[in-house]
Design a protein. Structure first.
Length: 418
């Protein structure tokens, strides 16, 4: 660890924090505190901006965020910020440091907020509201909090024990939790409006997107988000599986399925490897574990009688089109070919659930909940953030930032009412 700490230049402009970190954690200050062997101070600094340090250090795309903006990385290897953050959190746990003691929670005010959804955005919002003495209740459809931190990210990437310690630290701030409450089912928005001064919708967008190709409804075609969430996998033993997509969900699905004795696991991605949104370290890990990649390939149709038997693919070329910021994949005529496949997993991103779509709130043309610059919906008493709005970049840190920003905006609005 000393070598990593000494490697940091302690930049005054702090590009790793200001430019690279969505939460703008004061990374140089954290590193300097660790150099002084002052874990309590380091934890205090990170807690000013984040309540998920033990999570973000393990799942954030550091190469594209903080480490991607590190000055050291211009001519060499960037500072291993992820290792420093993990060191701080793990040692904070050993020293029994808590948010409650670090922040010093004030007496509860009479203002009440309902947070619908206990994932990264909801947990972060709830924590920063509680920090200001607001009475917060989280409504969660599952029997546990954490959302994708629990059911969306495999154990080999994010230990569940770390997630549970993180969540308990937040709940100990005095936050109430109602489990088994699903919006649009046994939880109605109009009832919450009557009970609370503000509502934050943070239910995510965990319904898997589809491609719209022939054969997509055959038996053996699964959604990646649902597979990870419900953990109800078919028997992959000695089977060939294709995972369609290029993000971290695709990597998590492919690596999980490979661990479940599939004979072959292919990741099909229509662009080039350097364009994959997945973290490089996740792609590298998948390759080492035996996952095969078919870059610049696109699915034409899925073939089979009642269940998946084959998939027809077509090769693509990348073309720069006017008005596009990056090259677009275009199918190469007459390059079609078929592969024997037993299962196909669609890991192409998530969409908003039908229950959310039925809410009496304005939506964008893509179907997400429409919000303004302050995350307020068409109903000014209701805020929305995270994947639900479609305006973030799909990482835990960006979701957490939206939750923190919503908490700040709600507090500001409460002060206007005084």
């Amino acid at each position: 660890m000393k070598e990593i700490l000494d490697y940091c230049l302690n930049c005054k402009v702090k590009p790793c924090s200001i430019k690279g970190c969505p939460l703008q954690n004061d990374i140089p200050a954290i590193i300097q505190a660790v150099k002084r062997d002052d874990i309590k101070e380091a934890y205090k600094i990170v807690s000013q901006t984040s309540v998920l340090p033990g999570v973000c250090c393990r799942v954030c795309p550091h190469e594209k965020q903080c480490q991607g903006s590190c000055v050291r990385g211009i001519k060499g290897k960037p500072v291993s910020i992820d290792e420093v953050e993990a060191y701080v959190f793990d040692n904070a746990v050993k020293q029994n440091l808590s948010l409650k003691e670090t922040w010093g929670i004030p007496e509860k005010k009479d203002k009440k907020v309902a947070v619908v959804g206990g994932g990264p955005a909801g947990l972060t919002c709830a924590a920063f509201l509680a920090k200001e003495g607001v009475q917060v209740t989280i409504y969660e459809k599952h029997k546990y909090l954490g959302g994708l931190l629990v059911h969306g990210i495999p154990e080999f990437r994010l230990p569940k024990a770390t997630v549970q310690k993180t969540i308990q630290n937040i709940i100990d701030l005095g936050i109430n939790v109602e489990y088994g409450k699903a919006l649009g089912e046994n939880l109605q928005l109009q009832d919450l409006e009557k009970q609370y001064d503000a509502i934050f919708l943070a239910v995510g967008a965990n319904k898997s997107s589809k491609m719209g190709v022939d054969g997509e409804n055959l038996e053996g075609v699964y959604g990646g988000n649902e597979l990870l969430e419900k953990n109800q996998h078919p028997d992959y033993t000695d089977k060939k599986v294709a995972v369609v997509g290029g993000g971290n969900v695709a990597m998590d699905c492919a690596r999980t399925i490979k661990r479940k004795s599939a004979s072959e696991v292919y990741v099909i991605y229509r662009r080039a490897e350097e364009q994959m949104p997945a973290e490089k370290k996740e792609v590298t890990a998948a390759k080492k574990e035996g996952v095969k990649f078919l870059f610049q390939n696109n699915i034409v149709k899925i073939l089979g009688d009642k269940k998946v038997e084959k998939v027809e693919l077509i090769k693509t070329e990348l073309v720069q089109k006017e008005g596009e910021t990056r090259k677009v994949p275009v199918n190469i005529e007459n390059s079609n070919y078929e592969m024997d496949i037993d299962y196909i997993v669609m890991a192409l991103g998530g969409t908003v659930s039908d229950e959310v779509l039925s809410l009496p709130l304005e939506r964008t043309k893509w179907g997400n909940i429409a919000v303004d610059a302050r995350y307020q919906t068409s109903n000014k008493k209701i805020y929305a953030g995270g994947d639900l709005t479609g305006v973030i970049k799909g990482t835990v840190a960006w979701a957490a930032k939206s939750g923190r920003d919503v908490a700040k905006n709600i507090i500001e609005d409460f002060k206007k009412d005084i």
